[in-house]
Design a protein around this ligand. Structure first.
Ligand code: GTP
Ligand code: MG
Length: 386
């Protein structure tokens, strides 16, 4: 049989599964099961172009398909939802179209693949969201290794010192995203009591996880939920309403809320638009611990008691939403995604995705700054490995 298929991602319920088809007629077989949303056949797609469509038995599942032909051998990858039924439906359709199912093995890695590709493949199994999986797939396909090779090309035909420095800085900046692909970002919802934090948390989580009640001071402990925002993995945290209190239990909850805000990647500071701003709101607006925050003016479904400009004048970005009706949530979600990942790596970009990668890049940069060309090359060749 000329065409083989394997599921690269782990079994069980992951967010994304990757099905690889390879062999002489892989393009034709994949084409027979792939129904693009727009555009023509996969065989006409350039290598590396992501295509959206459906695949699988019956109605099938939404998939992203990409041709990755390597060294003359046709390879197609289909990313689909990670549920067992979705994956099996895609694999079965490929088998019906003529592919033979095999177990994945490390020799599925592209030719010339080294340590980075193997690590990316290992991390891919645990990728919690589509964006994470896409970036790790690129690295498994050699994106980071190729960029490192480019940086290492000898001067003359290769890069000048300052270009090398810039290329290393670009990689390090992408690493800030790459090293979060599995762990995600922490977004903390904070504010004084009764402003609608828990309602907003539930609206973002998509179900009633946290208790919502008209009595102020309902949420005591931190409630966490992992989700995807704009395709990035995010842990949302609902916290206790912050105010002066004599109640020791509520006080502990408030201490936790403050600590959470201090360690968050982003704080959503929730205000109640239907009531005049309270001294507790103003204290939180001025709090230095929440350096990265978005102000959310909630309850915009009822008449407003204060104009947005009152907060905007302090230089903060404020978005009006109603956690109750869902109004304004789409722009809020987009704004959260933009704040967490303002500059997402382009498709196919090399992205360091483990802390060790960044350490090696930092060492290479030091050698480069010190004019130690040999040390620079030795540090950088540590990374791709064999
Ligand atoms: N009209 C309207 N009411 C809302 C909205 N969001 C929350 N509420 C109401 O406001 C009250 C408090 O909501 P919660 O989500 O429990 O508020 P909280 O900020 O979590 O309060 P604590 O946990 O006590 O700090 C409830 O009665 C909600 O129904 C909204 O967008 N519009
Ligand atoms: Mg609450």
């Amino acid at each position: 049989m000329e065409v083989q298929v394997a599921v690269l991602t782990g079994s069980g319920r992951g967010a994304v599964a990757v099905v690889r088809v390879w062999g002489r007629d892989a393009g034709t077989v994949a084409d027979a099961v792939f129904r693009p949303v727009r555009g023509g056949s996969l065989l006409e797609s350039p290598v590396g172009r992501l295509r959206l469509g459906r695949a699988g038995v019956g109605r099938g599942d939404e998939v992203v398909a990409v041709r990755l032909d390597e060294g003359g051998e046709p390879v197609v990858e289909l990313q689909c939802h990670g549920g067992v039924a979705a994956v099996e439906s895609v694999v079965q359709a490929l088998v019906e179209a003529g592919a033979r199912r095999v177990e994945p093995a490390v020799d599925l890695l592209p030719r010339g693949a080294g340590r980075i590709e193997a690590e990316a493949m290992a991390d891919l199994v645990r990728a919690p969201t589509v964006c994470s999986a896409e970036i790790l797939l690129d690295q498994a396909n050699g994106a980071l290794r190729r960029e490192l090779e480019e940086i290492l090309r000898p001067p003359g035909g290769g890069l000048e010192v300052w270009d090398r420095r810039a290329a290393l800085a670009t990689l390090a900046a992408r690493g800030a995203v790459g090293t979060r692909l599995l762990s995600g970002w922490k977004v903390v919802i904070a504010g004084r009591p009764n402003v609608g934090k828990s309602r907003l948390f539930n609206a973002l989580a998509g179900f009633d996880r946290s208790i919502v009640h008209p009595t102020p001071g309902v949420t005591r402990d931190v409630v966490a939920f992992r989700t995807a925002i704009s395709g990035w993995p995010v842990e949302l945290r609902d916290t206790a309403g912050q105010r002066e209190t004599d109640d020791p239990i509520e006080g502990q909850g408030i201490d936790r809320a403050r600590r959470e805000s201090g360690t968050a990647d982003l704080v959503l500071l929730v205000l109640d638009r239907s009531e005049p701003l309270a001294p507790a709101d103003r204290r939180l607006l001025a709090a230095p611990t929440m350096s990265r925050r978005l102000v959310v003016a909630n309850k915009c479904d009822v008449p407003a008691a204060w104009p947005l400009r009152e907060v905007e004048e302090t230089g903060l970005c404020v978005l009006a939403v109603s956690a109750e009706t869902g109004e304004g949530l789409v722009p809020l979600i987009a704004a959260i995604g933009d704040r967490l990942v303002p500059d997402p790596p382009a498709p196919g970009a090399g992205v360091p995705f483990r802390p060790e990668h960044l350490e090696i890049l930092a060492r290479a940069r030091e050698k480069l700054e010190a004019g130690d060309g040999g040390g620079f090359e030795r540090s950088l060749t540590e990374l791709p490995g064999e």
